[in-house]
Ligand binder design. Structure first.
Ligand code: PLP
Length: 239
């Protein structure tokens, strides 16, 4: 089941009540950074609070850290500090870090042994994976620090959006590489018009237009996005 995590965190009182309830809970999963909360990273206090509740109830805490390195760069903490609260963590080498493929799961040896069996059962076995793992090593060794650039461009994009389409986003909530704008503050055909200008954005649900900055969006790319938004704003046709 899902608790209300719309602000990017979990309400610890609701969580605690759920964990001592009659239905057994196998594990609690949190997402860091939290995509629909504008890629918001969890603060250390928030992680501590949730992990205290889980430990108190004897329930494992799993961190979906697909963008864990974005959280680290945005908060100035080390990955080790960020995952210290969790029992298991997964992270992606293929998102902001730019590897062609690959995700990692880490946790206690017995959990990983079981995960290997389950991965195999689900068809996840891969032969000679070392070749693509090499790209993952490059990602970890050389692609982490530059995430700060993605974060700066995402904030600049959010400011431009807020300027051109008031009410679409609060730029102060953007601290990583994800920009979630309110669709009802944008023209209904904004995605088509952006696509015509060579800009790819997408819907998350039916109320959110999502932009993601990454290593292939440089300052010129950001300028193109802003120019496309200017043209759309001038063209009118708001919903
Ligand atoms: C991409 C993503 C995943 C899954 O990653 P895989 O590469 O399919 O293993 C899980 N959680 C979040 C939040 C993601 O963004």
């Amino acid at each position: 089941m899902q608790l209300d995590d719309s602000d990017g965190t979990l309400p610890t009182d609701t969580l605690a009540a759920r964990l001592i309830g009659s239905d057994p809970v196998a594990a609690v999963t949190i997402e860091n950074t939290h995509m629909t909360a504008n890629g918001r990273p969890w603060s250390d206090d928030e992680l501590t609070a949730v992990s205290d509740v889980c430990r108190g109830a004897g329930v494992a805490l799993h961190m979906d850290g697909a963008r864990m390195w974005n959280a680290a760069v945005a908060t100035g903490r080390t990955p080790a500090e960020i995952v210290a609260h969790a029992d298991t963590v997964m992270c992606c080498l293929s998102k902001g870090l730019g590897a062609p493929v690959g995700s990692l799961l880490s946790g206690p040896a017995d959990v990983i042994a079981e995960a290997r069996v389950q991965r195999h059962d689900m068809g996840g076995a891969m032969r000679q994976a070392g070749i693509i793992a090499a790209a993952g090593v490059v990602a970890i060794e050389t692609m982490v620090e530059r995430l700060a650039e993605d974060h700066e461009r995402a904030r600049a994009l959010a400011e431009h959006l807020a300027d051109r389409f008031p009410g679409s986003i609060d730029p102060s909530t953007v601290s990583t590489n994800i920009v979630c704008a309110a669709a009802d503050a944008l023209p209904v055909d904004v995605l088509d018009r952006l696509a015509a200008g060579g800009v790819k954005a997408g819907m998350v649900g039916d109320a959110t237009v999502r932009f993601v900055t990454h290593k292939d969006v440089d300052d010129d790319g950001l300028a193109r996005v802003c120019a496309a938004l200017d043209e759309i704003a001038l063209g009118g046709g708001s919903a």
